[in-house]
Design a protein around this ligand. Sequence first.
Ligand SMILES: [Fe+2]
Ligand SMILES: [Fe+2]
Length: 162
Amino acid sequence: MDVATTQSDQPAAAVPAGMPWSDNFLLGFGPMDEVHREFVTCVDQLLRSTDADLYARLEAFERHAQAHFSEERDLMQSTEYPVRQCHIDEHEAVLSSVQQVLPLLKAGRVDLARSLSAELARWFPQHAQYMDGPVAQWLVRKATGAYPLVFRRRPSQAPSGV
Ligand SMILES: [Fe+2]
Ligand SMILES: [Fe+2]
């Protein structure tokens, strides 16, 4: 994810209007599901932000990401999860992009912060499914000897924003 340093001739991808919670993000390991709800809330607030609030919301996202990613790193390291380095590297790439964009946003590059917000919303579902999901299964199996059970509401039963 490198939105800070490149200028492209390609038309910018559409920026979504928000990021609603989906039960498809549930992994069945409570602490990770909880922090993922916070992630979605932070990105939703970024996407809905006015220009005036954008810097504070990106700073809030950075604080969230620091805590979220270090919590997952600690869980993987303390349980000796075998393929953790690529996961940790991906977190660091995301955090690095946020930290590159913050000073540029302060200098007026609202467009970069908008692109980054859209990129975060696109990045998360796949990361949660393919990187966080196996970690959640590993942690639940370590604790219980069984795979996690995940209960998802049907889309028609899920109130928006919950
Ligand atoms: Fe995560
Ligand atoms: Fe992760």
